[in-house]
Design a protein around this ligand. Structure first.
Ligand code: B16
Ligand code: MG
Length: 218
């Protein structure tokens, strides 16, 4: 069977690339500088949400900067984040991703990326995913409302020309799972976070059978 009328819509950070740890370290650097408490549990609330919302969650009302100061904080965090991503080199790409994408493509699926991150183009380039793997890429630079709003998922579906009901979203964050559900798409949850009810739930792309994805569309 050919699945050219179906799409798999991938989140980027935590699904295709291992940049979540770089976000954590960069926010931690800023939090330490500002004397704000920040740990992995608080960091979990930042997964999938925008840079500005992440800053507000990190600050947690412990510091109340002006708009101008917030812009500077976000710039500093992003510079440190980009440096960490750059240092991670080839390790940025998560294991098993490219072979799985090739298997899906061979079955005819349309493939898209839907990420909150404005760093998406640079990350995809570094991970070697900018070379014909995807039919569409929707990211934080294209949208007004970030996850859990469905905007980025609906944009990806529109770009590949597939109805939302025929899309399956791969996500590692609760904000993304909620956004995919709001877009009326199927949800495949990966990674360690508590994601609530999902149509498919696996540890990672590497630890997923192609048949599990195919069965979802049957
Ligand atoms: P940036 P995703 C999200 O990417 C990250 O999970 C989240 O931690 C980050 O705050 C957000 O992108 C914005 O990223 O600061 O690079 O624009 O999971 O939607 O691929
Ligand atoms: Mg993610």
């Amino acid at each position: 069977m050919n699945y050219s009328e179906k799409a798999i819509v991938f989140d980027l950070d935590g699904v295709l690339v291992d940049s979540a740890i770089c976000h954590f370290k960069a926010w931690k650097m800023l939090a330490d500088r500002l004397g704000v408490s920040f740990d992995e549990r608080k960091n979990d609330q930042l997964r999938g949400v925008s840079r500005k919302e992440s800053l507000l969650i990190m600050l947690d009302g412990q510091v109340n900067p002006s708009e101008e100061e917030m812009e500077k904080f976000m710039e500093d965090k992003n510079e440190f984040y980009k440096k960490l991503v750059n240092e991670s080199g080839d390790a940025l790409l998560l294991p098993g991703v490219k072979p799985f994408l090739k298997e899906l493509k061979a079955k005819g699926f349309k493939l898209a990326v839907a990420s909150s991150s404005k760093n998406t183009p640079a990350l995809m380039k570094q991970a070697g995913l900018d070379d014909g793997f995807f039919d569409a890429v929707a990211h934080g630079g294209h949208i007004t409302n970030t996850k859990p709003d469905p905007e980025v998922f609906l944009l990806a579906a529109e770009q590949v020309g597939i109805a939302p009901a025929d899309c399956l979203v791969v996500e590692d964050a609760l904000a993304g799972v909620d956004g995919a559900k709001a877009a009326k798409m199927g949800v495949w949850g990966v990674g360690p976070a508590e994601l609530g009810a999902c149509d498919i739930r696996t540890d990672s792309i590497e630890k997923t059978d192609l048949q599990t994805v195919i069965d979802f569309f049957k």
